[in-house]
Design a protein around this ligand. Structure first.
Ligand SMILES: [Zn+2]
Length: 80
């Protein structure tokens, strides 16, 4: 009778440890996935803000907006 109880306790303990290990592993995976998503988001936002900051320049001669990649104003053709 006492042995049965001991075995039951041991079994419960084993199940608890197993559950803890599995739960911890899943949580670690979750954190890793979230961190990967954060990196992607960070990269996206940085890329977008960089495009916003340097993609369009205002012409100093006529005030029109031209893309930095073209390097020249679309209206008057002066160097941006
Ligand atoms: Zn211009």
């Amino acid at each position: 009778m006492i042995e049965d109880l001991a075995w039951s306790a041991l079994l419960l303990g084993a199940i608890a440890v197993l559950g803890l290990l599995l739960g911890g592993g899943a949580r670690r995976e979750d954190i890793r996935a979230r961190r990967r998503w954060d990196q992607t988001f960070d990269y996206e936002s940085r890329r977008l803000s960089r495009t916003d900051a340097t993609g369009v320049l205002r012409c100093r001669s006529c005030g029109a907006n031209g893309s930095e990649r073209a390097g020249r104003c679309p209206s008057c053709g002066s160097v941006l």
